[in-house]
Design a protein around this ligand. Structure first.
Ligand SMILES: NC(=O)c1ccc[n+]([C@@H]2O[C@H](COP(=O)([O-])OP(=O)(O)OC[C@H]3O[C@@H](n4cnc5c(N)ncnc54)[C@H](O)[C@@H]3O)[C@@H](O)[C@H]2O)c1
Length: 347
């Protein structure tokens, strides 16, 4: 079937992150925001009037519309897989917010449903599109690091009790997870994107300060199949505000440290031949984004639209989004068993 010039998108879940979806869609000439859905009718209504879209209270009704090409799923995380499977069965391509699912079983069911229905499944890890991260990935692909030795993904942010009280799903095991699954998953995704398949994980989690079911601090060490080592540090307890989201990659002939509030600023860029490019890189840095969601949504949405038009997988398909979920679930298992977990991890 011929793909129309302008694809019609719909947002399911009109909360905090949905604003970024709406901004991305309405600023892309290839896209149109056709419908929005929220179980709280006023939220759907508010989005609908601002963006001139049709409001829905039930996603099942929205999915019946034949004219919608892509849905974006921005509901509480525990609902992603269920809504995604319904969307696949309705023949919709989809972008699913992170984490794509709360269990590997539900992630696999979603991936299978999309492959079976021949619809595209993209997972929203927008930080992969940060300029700093694209440059780092380019350096890696060019082999500039030589043998990779180790890396580090650090999230030192603040989410106070008021944040967790905003919605009952926040900080729960079934719907959200703790700081690893919610706030740190992007950086864990980046770490594994740079270092490749994981061999084993050991970690601890604690709920120190926030009144939530899951962790507000988590730490883990990883051994990658390549032999390289990794460290994860995640905290939503940092006093008094968000301080940093940092990704470090070290190898025999390269050191790159990316910091800022949302892994957008190159702090260290060292390679034997880096002298000339260094100044240019530092001079053309992105500023810290206005919020920790960063600048990547628009580029990621554009990739999805192009993927549909070109009938190819999006840049971050379901199989790729599953990887960070697997690492985090393995850390949760370590916390229970006090034993390292070998990969592939099975629930
Ligand atoms: N990519 C990112 O950087 C980023 C940032 C924030 C949140 N997120 C993810 O986005 C998702 C939403 O987070 P949020 O902070 O926007 O949450 P939120 O609570 O602000 O919004 C969720 C919305 O979904 C609605 N909803 C709940 N059940 C629904 C259903 N069955 N059908 C339709 N709507 C329903 C709620 O009423 C609410 O308005 C989460 O999975 C979160 O992890 C991603």
């Amino acid at each position: 079937m011929a793909v129309p010039e302008k694809l019609r998108l719909a947002i399911i879940g009109c909360g905090r992150i949905a604003r970024k979806h709406a901004e991305a869609i309405t600023t892309l000439p290839e896209a149109e925001l056709t419908a929005v859905c929220d179980i709280v009718p006023e939220r759907a209504q508010a989005f609908a009037s601002q963006y001139k879209a049709q409001p829905y209270e039930k996603y099942e009704e929205l999915l019946q519309r034949q004219d919608i090409d892509i849905v974006t799923i921005a509901t509480p995380s525990g609902l992603h897989a269920e809504i995604g499977i319904a969307a696949a069965q309705a023949g919709k391509h989809m972008l699913v917010e992170k984490p794509m699912a709360m269990t590997l079983k539900s992630a696999d069911a979603l991936i299978a449903a999309c492959r079976q229905a021949r619809v595209k499944l993209g997972v929203i890890h927008q930080n992969r599109y940060n300029r700093s991260i694209q440059l780092l990935r380019g350096a890696l692909e060019q082999g500039r690091f030589g043998k990779l030795t180790h890396g580090q993904a650090t999230v030192r942010w603040n989410r106070d009790d008021e944040y967790y009280r905003q919605a009952p799903w926040r900080g729960t095991k079934s719907q959200d997870g703790g700081v690893l699954m919610n706030q740190s998953i992007h950086n864990i995704d980046l770490l594994q994107w740079m270092f490749g398949p994981v061999a084993s994980v050991f970690g601890y989690t604690e709920t120190h300060l926030r009144r939530i079911e899951m962790e507000d601090v988590g730490v883990a060490v990883l051994r990658f199949q390549s032999g390289a080592l990794g460290i994860i540090e995640a905290a939503s307890t940092i006093y008094p505000r968000n301080i940093e989201e940092t990704l470090n990659v070290f190898g025999e002939s390269g050191s790159v440290m990316i910091g800022g509030i949302a892994v957008n600023r190159i702090e260290t860029w060292e390679f034997p031949d880096a002298a000339a490019e260094k100044q240019r890189l530092f001079d053309s840095q992105e500023n810290d984004p206005p919020d920790v969601y960063g600048f990547g949504h628009r580029r990621l949405f554009l990739d999805m639209i192009q993927a549909v038009k070109e009938d190819r997988d999006p840049a971050i398909p379901g199989e790729e989004g599953r990887k960070a979920v697997e690492i985090i679930l393995a850390v949760y298992r370590c916390q229970e068993s006090k034993q390292p977990v070998g990969f592939p991890f099975t629930e």
